[in-house]
Design a protein around this ligand. Sequence first.
Ligand SMILES: Nc1ncnc2c1ncn2[C@@H]1O[C@H](COP(=O)(O)OP(=O)(O)OP(=O)(O)O)[C@@H](O)[C@H]1O
Length: 257
Amino acid sequence: MSMLTATSITKHFGGLTAVKDVSINFEKGSITAVIGPNGAGKTTFFNMITGIYSPDGGEIHLDQKPITGLKPNFIAEKGIARTFQNIRLFKEMSVLENVMVGMHTHLKAGFLGTLFSTPKVRSEEEQARYDAYSLLEYVGLADWVNHQAKNLPYGAQRKLEIARALATHPKVLLLDEPAAGMNPKETTELTDLILQIRDDKQITVILIEHDMKLVMRISEQIYVLDHGQLIAQGLPEEIRNNPNVIEAYLGKSAISV
Ligand SMILES: Nc1ncnc2c1ncn2[C@@H]1O[C@H](COP(=O)(O)OP(=O)(O)OP(=O)(O)O)[C@@H](O)[C@H]1O
């Protein structure tokens, strides 16, 4: 079953076409990678899906419903969460608070409730605290809950971003270069975590990533962008051996990955 569909989406920045006529269908519960050289249009593609940019052409559907051009907060509420290429945490806040922030779209007590701290607000807050802790335990950060986010090792900060994204109960999780800057041990842990998220929660995972070992290991489908256009799609094995992809991006050395 299709969970997210981009149909012929295009984005121009002045005279530059960053994404041109790209169509991709993401199946429910699948793990898909979008790869390609620097400047290929991968992040722009993510930015259109998450509502940061409105496409200049084409349509996007989530769970068969149109979401094209909706504002990011609406798209988040409808079930798309993301992490960023450059980590975006509230650095002075605790690890637990960072995840609780991710939950706020789901809390029901309104502004007045928050102002007067009614019993309903207090119980919601307690539940949020408990859920945030559970999520941190799930991603392997239980020992860090009370630390300031800025004091976490790099790999743990990336995991915290994932926990915060999961706090919104997404149907689709977009990961923008989740392994960037990670050491091999952290990358292996991340690989296991992504697989676990999909298996346990049936979340549709889409990742942009330059670490080809990770990409080849976990992706069921791979899409390759170059100069804003889709130049290939297929199974990891097919992509690894595709002459156009080797030429545009992977290089000959990739064959041994
Ligand atoms: N806001 C913007 N204004 C103007 N040009 C932009 C903007 N965002 C992206 N671009 C341009 O669009 C093209 C695609 O950029 P994009 O960041 O989507 O590529 P990418 O594949 O994510 O690259 P990388 O792997 O380096 O992150 C690039 O030429 C980039 O300079």
